[in-house]
Design a binder for this molecule. Structure first.
Ligand code: CA
Length: 220
């Protein structure tokens, strides 16, 4: 079980975070000042520290600095009401792994905690497959019904966007931003043109037009 140390001097917030984490299977410990936080974090019996910046005795920045100077690599998520950019930058430069600014939704904090604790990131699939259409992300080759289809790099990127979201309608704007980048003219018909190219190579019926919205990849 992962043990999370919560350094927070506001009892209401500490209790909110502690209850939430416990209900998701974490063990927790709460400390209310910076010096105790530093000592517990250094002690090595916790897997992650949630660190409020405004703490009595020794503030969060000082705790973080002392930990990092002491080469303690414990993941630290800063919890702060000081959501101004300089504070966030200072926190991250001081060695924090992430931050959540108050007020926050517990789910957001939970997602960040889980992300930091995930030691082994599952290797990304190198082949995306939907029905008999497959994209090999290493060789940049497409296979349709067992034969190789030669795709240009844009066509490949477009196919990849579809294969990552099978059976889901993707709007022209989504496709533009994923394949061409955000600065592309939204009035352009380039998406339609490239969908046409792609259809020629992988089969027209695979990419369905959703009138007025965009396109959807069908599993065949
Ligand atoms: Ca505080």
């Amino acid at each position: 079980m992962n043990r999370i140390l919560i350094a927070e001097d506001e009892p209401r917030i500490a209790a909110f975070v502690e209850r939430g984490l416990q209900s998701h299977g974490f063990a927790t410990a709460v400390v209310g000042d910076g010096l105790t936080a530093y000592e517990r974090a250094r002690g090595g019996d916790c897997d992650l520290l949630i660190l409020d910046l405004g703490l009595p005795v020794s503030d969060g920045f000082t705790v973080l600095r002392k930990l990092r100077e002491g080469r303690i690599t414990l993941p630290v998520i800063i919890l702060t009401a000081r959501d101004t950019v300089p504070d966030i930058v200072a926190g991250l430069e001081g060695g924090a792994d992430d931050y959540v600014s108050k007020p926050f939704a517990f789910e957001e904090l939970l997602a960040r905690v889980r992300l930091r604790l995930r030691r082994e990131v599952a290797p990304e699939a190198t082949v995306l497959r939907v029905g008999d259409l497959a994209l090999d992300l290493r060789t940049r080759r497409a296979h349709v019904d067992g034969r190789v289809a030669e795709l240009s790099s844009r066509e490949f990127a477009l196919a990849e966007a579809f294969l990552r979201n099978p059976d889901q309608v993707l709007t022209r704007e989504q496709l533009l931003s994923r394949v061409w980048g955000f600065d592309y003219d939204p009035g352009s018909n380039i998406v339609d043109v490239y969908v046409r190219y792609l259809r020629r190579k992988v089969g027209t019926e695979r990419v369905e037009t959703v009138r007025g919205v965009g396109y959807r990849l069908k599993a065949m």
